[in-house]
Design a protein around this ligand. Structure first.
Ligand code: G1P
Ligand code: ZN
Length: 561
């Protein structure tokens, strides 16, 4: 029987503009009649002729509204001429796994259903992100097109009678409008786990955890009730033989247990607390969709994400994948601490500074110029896929510990001894009123083109800095020449210290101001000092230059990392 498709009349919704990483809004917004359908149609329409006969991957982090969205997407893919949808069992696929599957099966792209680290549940957030055929988030050219279409959309195509059970792996064939249409429900973790076993030396990591050559490393992995639960279970318990008490919160929940599924010192406080007790030598947590990670050592020794990526880049000889591919280049997002730049210089490879958002790394990887990259926002990854990858980062760290036979803290101490330490902190002011924040950014932007600022002395207490450069960061993609403007105002000091201001592009309401402060120290006596103490003077200077307290009315940030 051929299922019929229908064209439904609709009207544009305001604000269907993909941000740093897809469209993120409150679930209630997505639940409005036609809202989700409109955005999905915009994605499919933006594919143009390529949609006909295509294969798309669909899956998400298991948050509330994900199954409903999967169902709508399958029905709309069928009606728009997609040939095949590969969907995660029960709609579950981590963001890195979507990227892995797109690449492995050479599909035309995928749709990821996640609001990443934003809370989930009926009163929280949902998100839809489009990834292209390289497995990475759609670049600005594509997301701009999606947004343009969203402003003019008058109809969408759907096949409402298509009933598809996505609770069991297997292939289901349909005839839609006299055309064949296939839905393949894929195991949520299989392809990803197989790939990790190619990239890393699992027996060596297993040896580390079980103590085949020395005391066993006790690990504590916290999936924060996000999508990584099933991956953690398969990899750490079944493949690496970790004890059941070394993994927690591994059942994905639609509301992440009511928590903020964001692996940082504030929202993963339970991991920090457990690590402080001293029983475990290594701790890690992931965000809702599994692309972010936080690494802790014994007694909750904190590895900043900026340091984490630099350490991995410095220890690629511990990872079989890089022994095979070599290291082609390194990169970080602009606000990320510059530790990785020093590794690149020492290794004699290129280093790129791109705007915030993983989509800016994709072209460089595709062109064979980038192997390892990271963002200060707990994103670490490589060219094995085109998304950041939380579990990959943890396996990279465990590989380093296995080969070097040492502790997390010692790895960092050795790193700083070689390169010096880039102290880094980020202050987030969440959910502020938009208008004054925009005004603050406008004033900083105006300041960035005021040449009299350069050479100015800024001081707090007895710490003095001289401004070497101020700008609103711009990036021209070296591969396709695309220009990204106004990516954040940065104030660079003559000694390499700096601060940066930008507004978040992932929030679902109001404005979030991000302030990033970094200071480089080469004196070994400072290496073990508390980062907040070291950075305090520059933090105060940044607050006063930006007049942040006046504009936001906030005395304190919501989150400090
Ligand atoms: C934030 C992070 C950014 C990351 C993005 C998606 O974006 O700062 O590094 O790529 O989430 O995980 P922002 O809210 O700052 O725009
Ligand atoms: Zn995420």
């Amino acid at each position: 029987m051929s299922l019929a498709c229908y064209t439904k009349a609709t009207r544009p919704f305001q604000g269907q503009k993909p941000g740093t990483s897809g469209l993120r809004k409150a679930v209630k917004v997505f639940q409005q009649e036609h809202y989700t359908e409109n955005f999905v149609q915009c994605i499919l329409s933006a594919m143009g002729g390529a949609v006909t006969g295509s294969t798309l991957v669909v899956g998400g982090d298991g948050r509330y509204f994900g199954k409903k969205a999967c169902d709508t997407i399958i029905k709309m893919c069928a009606a728009n001429g997609v040939r095949k949808v590969m969907v995660g069992q029960d709609g579950i696929l981590s963001t890195p796994c979507v990227s892995c599957i797109i690449r492995k099966y050479k599909t035309n792209g995928g749709i990821v259903l996640t609001a990443s680290h934003n809370p989930g549940g009926p009163n929280a957030d949902f998100g839809i992100k489009f990834n292209i055929s390289n497995g990475g988030p759609a670049p600005d050219g594509v997301t701009n097109k999606i947004f343009e279409i969203s402003q003019e959309i008058v109809e969408y195509r759907i096949c409402p009678e298509l009933k598809c059970d996505i609770s069991k792996p297997g292939t289901q064939e349909f005839v839609v409008d006299h055309r064949p249409f296939t839905v393949e429900v894929v195991d949520s973790v299989k392809d990803y786990v197989e790939y990790m076993k190619e990239i890393f030396d699992f027996p060596a990591i297993k040896g580390l955890l079980q103590g085949t050559s020395g005391p066993p490393l006790k690990v504590l992995i916290n999936a924060m009730h996000g999508v990584t639960g099933p991956y953690v279970k398969r990899i750490f318990l079944e493949e690496l033989g970790a004890s059941p008490d070394s993994v927690v919160n591994i059942v994905p929940l639609e509301d992440f247990g009511g928590h903020h599924p964001d692996p940082n010192l504030t929202y993963a406080a339970d991991l920090v607390k457990a690590m402080k007790e001293g029983e475990y030598g290594f701790g890690a947590a992931f965000d809702g969709d599994g692309d972010r990670n936080m690494i802790l050592g014994h007694k909750a020794f904190f590895v900043t994400p900026s340091d984490s990526v630099a350490v991995i880049a410095n220890n690629t000889d511990c990872i079989p994948y890089f022994k095979k591919t070599g290291v082609k280049g390194l990169a970080r997002s602009m606000p990320t601490g510059c530790a990785i730049d020093r590794v690149a210089t020492k290794k004699g490879v290129e280093v790129f500074e791109v705007p915030t958002g993983w989509k800016y790394f994709g072209n460089l990887m595709d062109a064979g110029r980038l192997s390892i990259c990271g963002e200060e926002s707990f994103g670490t990854g490589s060219d094995h896929i085109r998304e950041k990858d939380g579990i990959w980062a943890v396996l990279a760290w465990l590989s380093i510990l296995a080969v070097r036979n040492t502790t997390v803290e010692q790895v960092l101490l050795d790193h700083w001894a070689t390169y010096g330490r880039n102290f880094f902190t980020r202050y987030d002011y969440e959910n502020c009123e938009s208008a004054p924040c925009n005004q603050m950014m406008a004033e900083l932007d105006a300041m960035s083109s005021d040449s009299s600022v350069v050479g100015k002395e800024l001081s707090h207490g007895d710490k003095r800095y001289t401004v070497a450069k101020i700008d609103n960061f711009e990036y021209t993609d070296p591969i396709d020449g695309a220009l990204a403007k106004k990516q954040g105002v940065r104030v660079l000091m003559t000694d390499g210290s700096r601060f940066v201001f930008r507004l978040s592009g992932t929030g679902s309401s109001g404005a979030t101001v991000r302030m990033y402060v970094e200071s480089y120290e080469s004196d070994p006596a400072t290496f073990t000092k508390d980062a907040q103490d070291v950075l305090k003077p520059l933090v105060e200077i940044a607050l006063s230059v930006s007049k942040l307290k006046q504009f936001t009315g906030r005395d304190k940030p919501t989150v400090i990392t």
